[in-house]
Ligand binder design. Structure first.
Ligand code: GLY
Length: 382
């Protein structure tokens, strides 16, 4: 285990916990967890891909610290985040007789974290959950803050709970085994932190983002630490998203609509959808004359430079004439809708985001139409 893990506190009174960031933490998990859990028994929930990479060293460490562990290995992929897999997981946890005072440990990316977190919050009306995120996206975002959820045919994460973990273990060495596409997708959430409130961090990412993606361990660690600090601060200020936490949804109203349109996992990752969503949120801000157009261009330039998509047409399949309307329809089903009004995170510039429910739907539709049918626009101009 790294000699110098960084600890970031998520200050939530009796539900406070630490996010621990460092190299090799999975191999030292047993000692980190021993003081936290009264009963030395755990169910480790993971997926097939992560199990083959990281489960043996985690189990060895937990066993060495005296934990009895049950392994529950699910299929990899977003399709596992549904009622069927939730029911099966709860059945496995009951069969393993996981009791209160014992815990569920989620080892994996956002899908495993959200699903195992939800199951833990329901099992016997709530058992502890430990988050051990292995993807960049989960380390900088989804594993922190207690959101759990599954997808339904009505939309993404529309069924879920708030259930804060007891500890988040971000082993940065796990990022070394991440496929390039997943690393890049997680990077979109890192960029989000710069855009929503830290212009210096965004400028740093413009300089070092490519090195980070290419494997620079120092840059990776700094990016994870900076992201987790911002996330911890926003969650501590607003656990249940009544105010400041909503800034974390920058780009996400667009992203969730794109994902729904692509039918979850149909070749589009959440991070890629977020990358496009960030660009659309800045373009919308520029159209509403809140931010300079040059700021929106800077956002899409950086995302493009690191190989992320910036246009909806790049992530959706064949564009048809009702697609812009359908995307708007998905947005109307978003969790963030308030009194029927769409809620967007807009920006006055890089590092200066705010929440608005005053965006006219016609502006959103016009933006999507221009993006999806640029030919039609050019035709109209001629
Ligand atoms: N991923 C957004 C949040 O946790 O609030």
């Amino acid at each position: 285990m790294s000699a110098d893990p960084t600890r970031i506190a998520v200050a939530l009174a009796e539900r406070s916990y630490d996010v621990v960031i460092g190299k090799g933490l999975l191999a030292g998990a047993g000692e980190l967890l021993k003081p936290l859990l009264p009963q030395p028994r755990l169910a480790v929930v993971t997926d097939e891909t992560v199990a083959s990479l990281h489960l043996p060293k985690l189990l060895q460490s937990l066993g060495g610290a005296g934990f009895a562990c049950t392994e529950i290995v699910l299929p990899a992929g977003e399709a596992s985040k549904d009622f069927t897999h939730l029911e099966a997981l709860l059945g496995s946890l009951l069969e393993a007789r996981i009791e209160r005072g014992e815990a569920v440990l989620a080892l994996g990316g956002g899908v495993i974290g959200d699903l195992a977190g939800l199951a833990a919050s329901m099992l016997r009306r709530g058992v502890d959950v430990i988050q051990a995120p292995t993807t960049l996206l989960a380390q900088v975002d989804s594993a922190i803050g207690g959101k759990t959820g599954i997808n339904t045919r009505h939309g993404k994460n529309l069924v879920g709970t708030f259930h804060q973990p007891r500890l988040v273990l971000c082993d940065t060495t796990a990022l070394d085994t991440l496929p390039e596409r997943d690393l890049r997708a997680g990077y979109a959430e890192v960029v989000k932190y710069g855009l929503l409130g830290d212009a210096d961090f965004f400028a740093w990412l413009e300089e070092f983002g490519s090195a980070l993606l290419a494997g620079d361990a120092v840059a990776r660690r700094r990016a994870v630490i900076e992201s987790c600090r911002t996330k911890a601060r926003l969650v501590a200020a607003d656990e249940r998203e009544g105010g400041a936490r909503a800034l974390l949804n920058l780009g996400h109203t667009f992203a969730h609509a794109l994902e729904a349109e692509a039918a979850y996992g149909g070749g589009l990752t959440h991070g890629e959808a977020v990358a496009v969503g960030l660009c659309l949120a800045f373009e919308l801000s520029a159209r509403l004359e809140l931010a300079a157009a040059s700021e929106a261009q800077r956002v899409s330039r950086h995302l493009t430079a690191v190989g992320l998509p910036s246009e909806p047409g790049q992530v959706l399949g064949r564009v048809d004439e009702s697609m812009a309307e359908r995307l708007l329809g998905h947005m109307r089903q978003d969790k963030k809708v308030q009194g029927g009004r769409l809620v967007f995170v807009l920006a006055r510039g890089i590092g200066d985001a705010f929440v608005s429910n005053e965006v006219p739907e016609a502006e959103v539709l016009a933006l999507l139409t221009d993006k999806l049918y640029p030919q039609a626009r050019r035709g109209a101009e001629i």
